[in-house]
Design a protein around this ligand. Structure first.
Ligand code: SAM
Length: 625
């Protein structure tokens, strides 16, 4: 029986343990063979898809895509990952594992189930550590520095297949027995499996039910019955007919990324890790010199009262940023926790409505009283708020520099792009100094300067918003232990300074810090946390600051897409990633991942309903329908 839950929570599996083996009480079936689940997984799913032998032929910059129905305990995933580790090519190549799960196991049950396989324990512990909270939608998780990418869709299989964008090389069809789990084996789902397959795709399943064989055959697979594992007499395998040599598509040429802020650096690094030739271009002599050049920045999103596509995108971005930045923990990433303060009546009401209409796992956020808020942050607050235990603050400029130093990135700094022109199927970027860089694809990640670089005419719906942060010397403020957000944010002190900000100045292009903006920041901070300021900084006249310009769109949603002109025609090979507003540090990792997926022709980490929110078509004031 399924229960209606408040979003974004998804119902978890109901597990019954029999002799240490997990069974589903809901479906009355086992997750894997009682004889030896791991041997079954290797026999049914790996061997009958020609794995791991096929891994070796993945070209440099390419990928192998396994898709699975029914993630369950993740045993098949771990078996595939282990096989990939043993047989992957020497060059940069990626194993993608796309899996769907309607009733995910809790982290505790997952951990317990995987204890059965000591030989998988180094991988299992990583899966357990990175296992996402039980919320609906797509979770992209990276292992082995991104050489293994897991796309986990928490929801129904049909819904997943209709909204995910990927094409598989091999399928693991692993629901419960069709008689007990009919929704998993609908003819419609078989047709979707065909749509998501490449020529030459293979499939394997433990079942040998005639209806399933006929449905897959009528979807276009050549089906065979073969000996099953252990006590199972038969199982099925299948393949889509292939024209030889068309199995793998190599990466589709070089990429130039313009702008070395957080979005550009994450994207260039992501592409380089996947083995794609990338040049990172910036007009200044270092990376992170624009809005990403601040000493500190909070990873923060405002989740809507209604759980709609916009909230889902914000949540996906938040969770992915926490996982992505974990690589830089205690270096440039400080997951101190973050308090979204219910600082006035209006925000208090909003938070109450938000809590009434949503059910977020406590790993993501939970409400805290005024007393608890004060304990968690270490400063006296006037109210409680929402506590995000895994959020925190980042050193964006330091992180940008480290990301840009990847050996696979060709850096072209002090290169101010003045012209971007298509030349014989490629793009030529020309600098003020008369130098040229040619690339197959270009991604403009130049923040508020992006519109100027677009090689199409039009009126674009971008706004540039000045933001000044104020640097507070440690002795002038009661710096918190965790980030506090309200009308301003206040970060913990680092190297003697706590950063607060940022101002929100429309129609002000002054690049220098001003005393007025500092005073404004301090006065807002004082409203939010009365008494937190001490000493001379209270006036703001003598304090230091830094100015950056955010780029926002009319609907405050970012753009991450191949460019379309106002008529809806695609400008081939030219991509845009901007409009991240004041949430850039949180959105940039997910948008970089998504664009890198598209640029490399690999499975996408966003469902169609969310990638639509990022469409470039929106930027045209006069877009034709
Ligand atoms: N591959 C798994 C492993 O390695 O542990 C075992 C999968 S188990 C046999 C089948 C899984 O399919 C269960 O976890 C079940 O919750 C899931 N499932 C059942 N119906 C589903 C549906 N309609 N959509 C998505 N997943 C479903």
């Amino acid at each position: 029986m399924t229960v209606d839950l408040l979003p974004p929570r998804i119902e978890s599996a109901e597990i019954q343990w029999r002799d240490g083996v997990p069974e589903s009480s809901r479906f009355g079936d086992v997750y894997f063979s009682r004889d030896n689940g791991l041997a079954e997984s290797r026999y049914v799913f790996l061997a009958h898809n020609g794995l791991p032998d096929r891994f070796n032929s993945v070209p440099a910059g390419g990928c192998f895509v396994i898709a699975e129905s029914g993630f369950g305990t993740g045993l098949n995933f771990l078996a595939a990952w282990q096989a990939w580790r043993e047989r992957r090519p020497e060059h940069a190549a990626t194993l993608h594992f796309v899996s769907v799960e309607r009733f995910p196991l809790s982290r505790e049950d997952l951990s317990r189930a995987l204890e059965l396989w000591p030989e998988l324990s180094p991988l299992a512990s990583q899966l357990v550590d990175h296992y996402p909270p039980l919320t609906r939608g797509v979770h992209r998780i990276l292992f082995d520095g991104g050489r293994v990418r897991l796309t986990l869709y928490f929801g129904d299989v049909l819904e997943a297949l209709e909204t995910l964008n990927f094409r598989a090389d091999a399928w693991f069809l692993d629901g419960f027995a069709p008689s007990m789990n009919p929704e998993m084996w609908l003819d419609k789902a078989m047709a979707e499996i065909r749509t998501h397959s490449k020529p030459g795709t293979t499939l394997a399943t433990f079942t040998s039910v005639g209806r399933i064989r006929r449905a897959l055959a009528s979807a276009g697979f050549e089906m065979q019955k073969t000996r099953g594992y252990g006590r199972k007499r038969d199982m099925l395998t299948g393949n889509l007919p292939l024209a030889p040599g068309t199995e793998h598509q190599a990466a589709q040429g070089s990429v130039a990324v313009v702008g070395s802020g957080i979005a550009g650096c994450l994207l260039a690094h992501n592409l380089a890790e996947r083995g794609i030739a990338v040049t990172l271009i910036d007009s200044s002599s270092t990376s992170g010199s624009g809005a990403s050049g601040n000493r500190q920045g909070a990873t923060y999103v405002k989740l809507g009262v209604d759980f709609n596509d916009q909230s889902e995108l914000a949540l996906s971005a938040l969770l992915f940023s926490q996982r992505r930045y974990a690589d830089y923990r205690d270096q440039y990433w400080h997951p101190t926790g973050l308090l979204q303060l219910a600082w006035n009546e209006q925000e208090h009401d909003r938070q109450q409505r938000f809590l009434g209409r949503n059910d977020y796992p406590v790993e993501i956020l939970y409400p805290v009283s005024q007393e608890r808020a004060s304990q968690l942050t270490g400063v006296p607050t006037q109210t409680g708020g929402l506590w995000f235990p895994h959020s925190g603050w980042l050193e964006p400029s330091n992180l940008c520099r480290t990301l840009a130093e990847h050996p696979g990135i060709n850096r072209a700094f002090d290169f101010k792009v003045t012209r971007l022109a298509p030349v014989e199927g490629q793009w030529c970027l020309s600098s003020v100094a008369g130098d040229n860089i040619v690339a197959d694809r270009v991604v403009i990640c130049a923040g508020h300067e992006s519109p100027e670089l677009l090689p199409i005419k039009g009126s674009f719906r971008f706004k540039s918003i000045r933001g000044q942060v104020t640097h507070l010397e440690e002795e002038t403020v009661r710096a918190p232990r965790a980030v506090i957000c309200g009308p301003r944010y206040l970060n913990p002190a680092h190297a003697g300074i706590a950063v607060t900000g940022a101002s929100f100045d429309l129609r002000d292009m002054n690049p220098s810090p001003t005393a007025t903006s500092n005073q404004e920041n301090l006065s807002e901070l004082n409203t939010m946390l009365p008494g937190v300021l001490a000493g001379p900084s209270a006036t703001g006249t003598s304090t230091q600051g830094r100015v950056g310009f955010r780029c926002t769109t009319h609907d405050y949603q970012p753009v991450a897409d191949e460019l379309q002109d106002a008529e809806g025609k695609t400008v081939r090979g030219l991509y845009l990633c901007t409009g991240l507003g004041s949430k850039g540090l949180t959105y940039a990792p997910l948008l970089a991942e998504y664009l890198a997926d598209r640029l490399s022709g690999q499975p996408e980490c966003l469902p169609a309903r969310l990638s639509r929110r990022l469409a470039s078509r929106r930027i045209h004031r006069n877009a034709q329908k």
